[in-house]
Design a binder for this molecule. Structure first.
Ligand SMILES: [Zn+2]
Ligand SMILES: [Zn+2]
Ligand SMILES: [Zn+2]
Length: 445
């Protein structure tokens, strides 16, 4: 740290850190960019990292996971927020008439895999977790009741009343099959809509598009729920309304039907028979209104918040687990450890090989994307990023860092190589102080 502070290029290093937006684990790049005049063959401009601090350029890691880099995850969260919101009220290329399309906020849940400790409240007052008169005692000697009033930060929330009775196998298999269940759900909604519109399924797309944006949320007990904005558009997307028969009621009916109808089967394995998995009984379908209980801001905020979270809230690890890792050394709570070891155990079975449970043990079996959108939902993250990069480019040009060339008269040659990642311990402290990502400033160091 002292070496960095006293180095003559400290200011330039600090400027690089500023430009990464406080990224905790910036990527280091080594390379050059040259601008050549096509007509004269003359070199117009050259940028090389050779003169940068440590001979590298630091760029943001762009992770979406808040546990790895809060600053980059915040960029991802805010982009997601704007694109979810544009799909609800228009903007960023989506016409405002989209507000007239049938649009619902839907939550698809996981079934129960055994009773778990839960925070319950009524009008802000905590209620007993599992109050049961004449509660049964399980074969392991646990009384299947809990009269405690758990606070929202109680570490036992989501943990089973009896871990030995809890269906760990069902829990990780549900996570593993949740993406397939979602796909079957969406197909079933389309089929049901086609029926309501008296159309063949293959003709549906000439009449309407089912557009959605969804996010997976880990419950404390370690299974995923899906929250989704589901909207009906005309055949080309949000620019045109769906046909008159495709109403909010029709969409509600199709969703209710599909959530009950679909299933996914896990093949028989070990000494276990094949099992059929379905969504849980709790299905929440709510209209999104500009002035009602569930506003477009609330929905966009909700979805974008979960887009940067993974399974770490359950107390698992945010990186892949090696089969040779000693799980005891990670200091995991018993529930997370059992979910992980169940993945490792099932992942070793040939019958379940295609679920790749070993690779996704740290995600408790779930290998889907956290946050996905159908093609026509609204603008894309890529477009939002490109717009931001164009803005930065213009800024650099106006501040004289980059020369302004007519693009077709200039040949751009760039060469980049990966040269590492992250900060040294001293740099980490300095970077945190510079970008204000942790409390305290330079004077506290
Ligand atoms: Zn980052
Ligand atoms: Zn309890
Ligand atoms: Zn038990």
């Amino acid at each position: 740290m002292i070496a960095r502070l006293n180095h003559p290029d400290y200011d330039r290093w600090a400027a690089q850190i500023h430009r990464t937006g406080g990224c905790r684990q910036p990527i280091h790049l080594r390379g050059k960019v040259e601008h050549w005049d096509r007509a004269t063959g003359g070199l117009l401009h050259r940028y090389t990292t050779r003169t940068e601090p440590d001979g590298v350029l630091r760029v943001p890691c762009k992770t979406r996971r808040a546990s790895r880099c809060p600053a980059c995850a915040e960029t991802y969260r805010s982009d997601t927020y704007h694109l979810i919101r544009a799909g609800l009220i228009g903007g960023k290329g989506v016409p405002e008439t989209v507000t007239t399309h049938p649009t619902l906020f839907v939550t698809l849940t996981a079934p129960s895999f055994g009773p778990v400790h839960a925070h319950k409240d009524k009008n802000g007052k905590a209620l007993p977790c599992h109050a049961r008169r004449n509660a049964e005692t399980c074969p392991h000697g646990h009384v299947m009741a809990c009269t405690e009033r758990h606070s929202t930060d109680d570490p036992r929330l989501g943990e089973p009343l009896c871990p030995d009775c809890y269906n760990y196998t069902g829990s990780v298999l549900f996570n593993a099959l949740a993406p397939l269940l979602w796909k079957r759900f969406a197909d079933s909604v389309r089929r049901h809509l086609a029926k309501l519109g008296d159309l063949a399924l293959k003709d549906l797309r000439h009449h309407l598009t089912l557009s959605f944006a969804k996010v997976a949320e880990y419950q404390r007990r370690g299974v995923v729920h899906f929250h989704a904005v589901i909207r009906l558009d005309g055949p080309t997307g949000p620019a045109f309304p769906p046909p008159a028969w495709a109403t909010t009621d029709a969409l509600t009916q199709a969703i209710q039907h599909a959530a009950r109808a679909v299933s996914a089967t896990v093949p028989a394995h070990d000494d276990q028979p094949a099992r059929v998995l379905r969504w849980g009984n709790q299905l929440d379908i709510r209209p999104i209104t500009l002035d009602g209980d569930l506003t477009e801001q609330a929905v966009a905020g909700y979805i974008s918040k979960y887009a940067t979270k993974a399974a770490e809230c359950v107390g698992t690890l945010d990186r892949r687990i090696n089969p040779l890792d000693n799980l005891q050394a990670f200091n995991l709570r018993d529930h997370a450890r059992r979910l992980i070891t169940t993945c490792m155990h099932l992942g070793a079975l040939d019958e379940l090989a295609e679920l790749r449970l070993m690779d996704w043990a740290h995600m408790l079996g779930f290998r889907g994307h956290f946050s996905t959108r159908s093609r026509r939902y609204s603008t894309t993250l890529g477009e939002l990023r490109a717009a931001r990069e164009r803005f930065v480019h213009t800024e650099e040009v106006t501040h004289g860092r980059l020369p302004l060339f007519a693009e077709d008269t200039v040949l751009v040659i760039s060469e980049w190589e990966y040269a590492g990642k992250g900060h040294s311990a001293g740099d980490q402290l300095l970077a945190a102080a510079l970008s204000g990502t942790q409390s305290g400033g330079l004077h506290d160091l």
